[in-house]
Design a protein around this ligand. Structure first.
Ligand SMILES: NC(=O)C1=CN([C@@H]2O[C@H](COP(=O)(O)OP(=O)(O)OC[C@H]3O[C@@H](n4cnc5c(N)ncnc54)[C@H](O)[C@@H]3O)[C@@H](O)[C@H]2O)C=CC1
Ligand SMILES: CC(C)CC(=O)C(=O)O
Ligand SMILES: [Mg+2]
Length: 358
């Protein structure tokens, strides 16, 4: 199969982890006889430095021409610590999602059994946890009107959803629930927010079309608690942009680390495959970032954008085998990990590549 892949490393550890992700794509192409071509483009802080824009026109053009995009992360402390900055790396990410129509962000939360000791949650609560989040990605408070008033002393952001935006993500979640355990949990704050009341109304209106799927509604505050108390009660979860952003960072503790969670951002056209984590300034350049979220994002790309199931399984199998062999990056090392098995980013990548080359 011939495919053209755009690699967009972005900022911080984005470059470190997408380097490994691209090596995995190259190994899969060799192993299975595919012809993958690659290009690279700028986004975020590095793009602002080079062009003045967090999403240069050239990057967008290359994104539209690609069959799939491997994305790293954006963000830089310079902007995090300057609330008055007018141009910000994160604007590039949000604009990319809007421009490419990436309204559905799929975030699988799957615990590899070998990582039971990497989490501070009790193993009996964690074992068998397997959740698929559908986070809406092009609406909500991230895209609503925001403004400063009162000479800068008052500020507001608008949480806004239209019916069609809720319908399309909710339908995707119902379809996925049908292929899994036929359970869907919709998360909102309908006891307070009007946009959440619309959300719940839409879920209730669509539910009869999927009578084989059991639907429950949870408020965001209770859902955040239940996720840690009893993660196995969830199967497919659908929620808005802000609630999904926060709940899935929380859910990373079910999988062991932010460095383990991959995602697929899909919509009408191309797909963007990205770890859920950010640019992680605290560990940038130290060579310790966990590349497995990027590697597992490659597996999602192979499966969802290219329909290459066996290739995707080979990647997930390699991750599983490396963990079974006891290798860990620092963030997922547990009390039983042997010190010589704690690897840096590149060394962990090499372990995966060796298995894919075998
Ligand atoms: N998709 C994106 O590009 C995102 C960008 N950001 C941006 O990233 C910057 C840093 O934000 P934070 O709140 O610190 O979130 P973060 O996700 O970058 O890091 C949170 C914590 O998780 C750890 N971590 C993250 N990825 C890891 C990995 N692969 N291996 C090992 N440890 C890992 C970090 O070291 C840090 O302690 C900010 O500028 C923020 O705006 C934040 C989230 C997502
Ligand atoms: C800039 C943010 C919206 C990025 C983020 O936290 C995410 O997509 O998970
Ligand atoms: Mg986030």
């Amino acid at each position: 199969m011939k495919k053209h892949i755009l690699v967009v490393p972005g900022d911080g550890i984005g470059a470190e982890v997408t380097t490994v992700g691209k090596q995995v794509l190259e190994a899969i192409a060799r192993k299975f006889g595919h012809e993958f071509t690659y290009d690279e483009a700028l986004i975020g802080h590095v793009a602002i430095e080079a062009t003045g824009s967090p999403l240069p026109g050239e990057t967008l053009t290359k994104m539209r021409a690609a069959d799939a995009i491997l994305f790293g992360a954006v963000g830089h402390p310079k902007y995090d610590n300057d609330p008055t900055a007018k141009v910000r790396p994160e604007q590039g990410l949000l604009q990319m999602r809007k421009e490419l129509g990436l309204y559905a962000n799929l975030r699988p939360i799957k615990l590899f059994d070998e990582l039971l000791d990497a989490s501070s949650i009790k193993p009996e609560i964690l074992r068998g946890a397997d959740i698929l989040f559908f986070r809406e990605l092009t609406g909500d408070v991230y895209f609503g009107k925001r403004e400063r008033l009162d000479e800068g002393n008052t500020a507001y952001d608008t949480m806004i959803y239209s019916k069609y935006e809720v319908e399309r993500i909710v339908r995707k979640a119902f379809e996925a629930a049908r292929t899994r355990n036929k359970r869907l949990c919709s998360v909102d704050k309908a006891n307070v927010l009007e946009s959440s009341r619309l959300w719940r109304e839409v879920v209730q209106a669509i539910a009869p079309e999927y009578a084989d799927v059991e639907v429950e509604h949870q408020f965001i505050d209770a859902a955040a608690m239940l996720l840690i108390k009893d993660p196995k009660r969830f199967d497919v979860v659908v929620t808005g942009n802000l609630f999904g952003d926060i709940l899935t960072d929380e859910a990373s503790q079910i999988a062991g680390s932010m460095g383990m969670l991959a995602s697929a951002s899909v919509g009408d056209n191309t797909g963007v495959y990205e770890p859920i984590h950010g640019s992680a300034h605290d560990i940038t350049g130290k060579g310790v970032a966990n590349p497995l979220a990027s590697v597992l994002s490659v597996a999602l790309m192979l499966d969802i954008s290219f329909g290459l199931k066996a290739e995707a399984e080979a990647v997930v199998g390699a991750v599983d085998a490396v963990l079974k062999a006891g290798y860990r990056t620092r963030d997922i090392a547990g009390p039983t990990t042997q010190p010589e098995h704690v690897l840096g980013t590149d060394a962990m990548g090499q372990q995966i590549l060796q298995l894919l080359q075998a």
